[in-house]
Design a binder for this molecule. Structure first.
Ligand code: FAD
Length: 402
């Protein structure tokens, strides 16, 4: 019998198990799926690496810096900017500190209007200050917060909001402004990228640190006290951590509302752009929130001589693949009609909602040596999942030592 059973081998469950091991406790991790990773998985399709929903690893996340061996992941970085699709092709707006070569293009883009930039910079400024101060002020919805700060014009309508819609899996402005500033902080302090072997390399790296391999293909059917019922019988430990996805229903906690995303992965013979920029549609003229030539950023995602393009929309959606291809054709300035669809991922529950006011640290101890971990207890992100796992591990260690 292990000291602790962890249910779920997503990032929260894995980081929790590692934390428990560091406290000298023995751990059994049960995972219903056939592989670790939860919402961070990668499918291999015809030699292409297609992450289960387009996502990025930000090396500036404090928990990533602390708990992840980043060099081993061989992160391949995006350019620090966006290409904005408009009526006359795309224009580039990039961070002048990290992409000095693109300053000229940014200045000519038509988006760098002094008043709009100044107001946006003033609104975003807390993102670069101390986190406690960022979280300490009054929190409202993103839309209200931008309105109050007078942030508007093309910079907001055609860059900020289309970009954030893909990051937040939401385009209604209802997300907590404090959460958005936390995400902006990560984007301003680090340039996100993709591991050479796909996003699944991240959870695999964590799983490899466990003394007892994760028991995959084992679903927890019910958790009662310190016992976990599975199809093969009941397991008991001194404590149980439920690190299943937030709507798994293994505890009495209310289920958070979740937001979804759909990602199309296309194989192409030629790269439709040469750069490593994320492309957003400034006009929102179609369902695609963002698209990128992934193989420009991460050549390891495509077989030699071929290219990989992702296109992401909100989910649920009634948009058709034909509409997606039409929008991509416009954004890339060349036909996407004949691109091969490798796979489409519909992630119904990609991210828990983060309404205002933001609560970044929800309790992880549920009583009677039952604990909970997951991005829904902290923030809806890789950072939040890793932190929540370690918080739960610390809470278990304290409870078992007392
Ligand atoms: C499409 C998409 C894009 C994203 N983009 C980003 C991004 O760019 N940056 C970022 O920081 N974050 C992003 N995220 C969010 C990030 O991936 C998640 O916040 C994080 O992976 C959540 O980890 P978790 O461990 O809390 O939950 P999960 O990954 O959901 O893990 C829960 C695990 O529990 C298992 N499980 C469930 N029920 C049972 C059961 N009964 N018995 C046993 N096992 C069970 C599941 O199979 C799963 O493995 C994105 C997510 C998605 C889906």
């Amino acid at each position: 019998m292990a000291d602790v059973i962890v249910v779920g081998a997503g990032l929260a469950g894995l980081s929790c198990a590692i934390g428990l091991q560091r406290h000298g406790l023995t751990v059994t991790v049960l995972e219903a799926a056939d592989e670790v990773g939860g919402r961070v998985r990668t499918d291999l399709v015809d030699g292409f690496r297609c992450d289960r929903g387009f996502q990025l690893l930000n090396p500036s996340y404090p928990a990533v810096r602390r708990y992840v061996d980043l060099p081993a992941l061989e992160l391949q970085s995006f350019a620090a900017g966006v290409a904005v699709g408009g009526d006359a092709g795309t224009t580039t707006v990039a961070d002048p500190r990290r992409e000095p070569r693109l300053i000229g293009r940014s200045l000519l883009s038509g988006y760098v209007r002094p008043l709009e930039v100044a107001r946006l910079a003033a609104w975003a400024a807390p993102a670069l200050g101390p986190v406690p101060r960022l979280l300490g002020g009054r929190d409202t919805t993103l839309a209200e917060s931008l309105d109050d700060a007078g942030v508007g014009g093309r910079l907001r309508d055609e860059i900020l909001e289309p970009f954030l819609a893909g990051v937040l899996a939401s385009d209604d402005g209802s997300t907590s402004a404090a959460f958005v500033r936390l995400l902006l902080r990560a984007f301003l302090l680090g340039t996100p990228g993709l591991p050479a072997a796909g996003m699944s390399a991240l959870p695999r790296q964590l799983a490899a640190r466990l003394a007892e391999p994760v028991r995959t293909g084992v679903r927890a059917e019910a958790v009662t006290g310190c016992s976990v019922k599975t199809a093969d019988g009941e397991l008991t430990a001194r404590a149980v951590v439920v690190a299943a996805n937030p709507t798994a229903g293994l505890t009495d906690l209310p289920r958070p509302r979740m937001k979804g995303l759909r990602t199309y992965w296309f194989a192409t013979e030629e790269a439709p752009r040469a750069d490593k920029l994320l492309v957003v549609d400034g006009r929102r003229n179609g369902p695609v929130l963002n698209t990128a030539v992934i193989s420009n950023v991460a050549p390891s995602y495509a077989p030699p001589g071929r290219h990989l393009v992702q296109a992401t929309t909100l989910w649920p959606t009634d948009a058709t693949e034909a509409e997606v291809r039409i929008q991509l054709t416009r954004l890339y300035g060349r036909s996407a009609g004949a691109w091969d669809l490798l796979i489409r991922h519909d992630i119904h529950e990609a991210l828990p909602e983060q309404p205002a006011p933001l609560v970044t640290r929800q309790p992880v101890a549920l009583g009677d040596n039952l604990f909970i971990a997951g991005d829904h207890r902290d923030t809806a992100s890789i950072q939040g999942a890793l932190v929540s796992g370690h918080r739960a591990a610390n809470a278990v260690a304290t409870a078992l030592s007392s």
